[in-house]
Ligand binder design. Sequence first.
Ligand SMILES: [Zn+2]
Length: 395
Amino acid sequence: MIVGINCGHTISGPGAGAVGYFSESEHTRHVGYALMDKFVTAGVQVVDCTINYADTQADYLKRAVEKANNQDLDWFISIHFNASPKHMGHGVEVYTYEGRQYPDALAVCNNMEKLGFKNRGVKVGSGLYAIRKTKAKSMLIEVCFCDNQEDASTYVSATLEKVVNAIYTALYKYVIDKDETSILGKSIATAEQLKAYMLMRNYQAVSYTHLPQLFIEEGDKEGIRGDGAFIQSCKETGFFKFGGDVKPGQHNYAGLGATGGVPGLSFPDDRTGVRAQIQHLKAYASTEPLVMKCVDPRYKYVNKGCAPTWEQLSGKWAVPGYSGYNNFADAWAAKDTYGHHIVKMLKEALQTVSIPEQKKQEYIYSVSIADVWTQAEADAIALCHPGSKVHKITV
Ligand SMILES: [Zn+2]
């Protein structure tokens, strides 16, 4: 996916933007370049289609479109701020060719509305040169009105970061490589598969076999993939061997609040700990509010919606989120970051076949330290060594 971003207008002279409570030209660059940064960090190829100076307004438009059409762009996005003759206009609007109601264009308006701007909707932009002449699918975003006092103060109080984030999260899921895996959605792996996968990796994790079901239940409440969250816990705890800063009794299976030597948060029970983790994931993955009462003390610190996919947690939930590479970009290109690991493990879990009930009877446990083995442990051993006969001895 290649995205062209145009910070609307030249800096000054012919082609410069409107000036109201703030300068359009200046702020199209603040928003546009922050947006480019976010896409680049996410591994999206970005082409800067900004033109800083031009001889005429027409020359500016022609050259911006040339920049866009020189590349095989999938999306062309032009950032603007609006103005109106009597300075009464206010709100966000997006222009597309023939007013096509692209879901990502609609999402830009909806996300901006959540920041307090009037939602003016997606409108016909076929008359706009930048829309009509660009080969790629295109949208022109009028962030808000720079000459309207109410809009200007909403824009300032919302903060640039949140405005950029509103646009980014609207576009993100349509722009990222389709091979990234969303944190949002229903679990695909079953509790049985997750349990079997955990035990295959650590047959002593028998006191955690109730967790997969909890994760799936709590994930469903918030629209988060509980199966992925459980796998994240497997990664964070080393398949419940722990050994890091967080200890088993804290019911904190994702290192919430733990940073180098600090033990992190403690929760009264497993369900609360799992719920907090799910809520923390929702904070990263979505700008939607929580369904359940917030039990995650660190929920408020997360830049909402900054990481809609597991891969995106790299460098955000986990910092730096990679090891053994010179930089993040190299690790990302190798698909070898914190988030890529979770996705890989989730795929492995999905390939794990849980043991059918009748099959369990066929395993005969015959391990020398047999008196500590339970059925679950034996199942795990049988899974690890297909075809093995394990003799069960009851505790
Ligand atoms: Zn403009």
